[in-house]
Design a protein around this ligand. Sequence first.
Ligand code: ARG
Length: 560
Amino acid sequence: MDYKSYIAEKINIEGFTLDQIKNMLSVPPNREMGDYALPCFAFAKALRKSPAIIAQDLAAVIPSDGVIESVSALSGYLNFKVSRKGVAGGVLSEIYEKGASYGSSDEGAGKVICIDYSSINIAKPFHIGHLLTTVLGGALYRTFNFLGYKAVGINHLGDWGTQFGKLISAYKRWGDKEAIENGRVRELMKIYVKFHEEAEKDPSLEDEARGYFKKIEEGDAECLALFNWFRDLTLIDVEKIYKMLNVKFDSYAGESFYNDKMQPVIDALEEKGLLTESEGAKVVNLEDYNMPPCLILKADGATLYATRDLAAAFYRKNHYDFYKCLYVVAYQQNLHFKQLFKVLELMDAPFAGDMEHVAYGMVSLPGGAMSTRKGNVVFLEDVIATCIEKSLALIEEKNAALENKEEVARMVGTAAVIFGALSASKIKDIVFDINKVTNFDGETGPYVQYTAARCNSVLDKAGAYEPTFTAEVTDAEYEVCDVLSKFPEIVRSSAEKREPFFITRYAVDLAQAYNKFYFECKILDAEPAVRAFRLTLTQATKTVLTTALGLLGIEVPAKM
Ligand code: ARG
């Protein structure tokens, strides 16, 4: 039930549209006053009356009905109380009917959304910095699908560039095949770091590396085989992480995939007269738009990151015919995407306006900065493992008798990581504190899981009951129903604003409302009709918490 629309329809004021009135409706800070309030100040001019009088006049003519219980005027505000019985009955029966699909819709039917996310770099560690793009993209992917869109997850692998020449040079000098097979990225990192140390003393190593990279480009069998080997080894490591975080991709077409797809784009740029020469390189001049030039070809003819992204944009449009193409990439690349989208616009690509950079902030550990070249990085795999260990310790402490503790700890530890990363607006820089995100009593993933498991255990103890949707509703019960009723709107705005954080915040709100109810109201010992209503409420809460966590990629253990 959309209460704001319902209320807005009752109010007719010349010069104000239904939507405007709807947007003016707010939720009063104090529930005593009402469930919705309409400030009447903006109407004073049109009606030539004081806001206080306007509110009084409106209150006198709006009748109460099964939805609106009462209307009152207070200092220029029109306050509405909705029928609590009506709210509770409406939302609980809807959740009962729809189950896991409550909150979903088909509004995106027929529309494809490409989501470029995670997009890790080959032979480089999957570190804490990649966490956000991976879980943000994963959450958006699931949320768009939930709303009926067809999401296409694309991992635009960073699998091209001179660093592969360096790796080949390093491998040939100091590599141990078996150690690398076993250690994968960690071993590759070691020789990569060694390469940089040695190259400081002997700069000719850089030339050697450039030579090897050229050989990869020319398709030299040995170099290409090594390059593919590095790629495969990296993917073994990252896929383990994707499995833990419950993310998946429909395509792993990365930078190297576009090796043979850039010429048409370069030709088109040339034809449109967009390419200019600058010190031998070819660039698109963006001075008119207050941006540095976008580099398309280096003096030696080599292509660049932007060239590959241009080719990728056209490829994606042709291949998927997207409605929107999102890039979930850190704000450090703001300029790159502004340039990219501008160049597409200058090329008259009809889809230029459908490209969107979903920028996010930095994630760091309390320790501080890191660098791949120097080797002081913290692997995400280790961060997840630590969260799982911590969760296991907490479970031992709180519920030592729990069955399959290891499995539960895995679910709880990964929930801590995902939920922790998504606990603030995406654009904020965050410090990822393992102690905070794993705290069962904080505003964390484990706390929400714990609440869902609590619902489960209540329902388990209760056994069979008759689903019951109406009752006299206490404040605590009403609060839960009110939060439950907001879920569809939260899902929609989380997709629209590309903000999975709305869902984490919502899940905490719902868990808190339920826990307050749980401590204030007896459930199992209440008289039969009330007991049945409270169990129905508990079931609805479990359903919605499970769906909300599911959208984030988090599983709910039956017991905790
Ligand atoms: N591999 C890049 C990086 O780690 C991110 C790629 C983002 N996607 C894109 N199409 N440019 O910085």
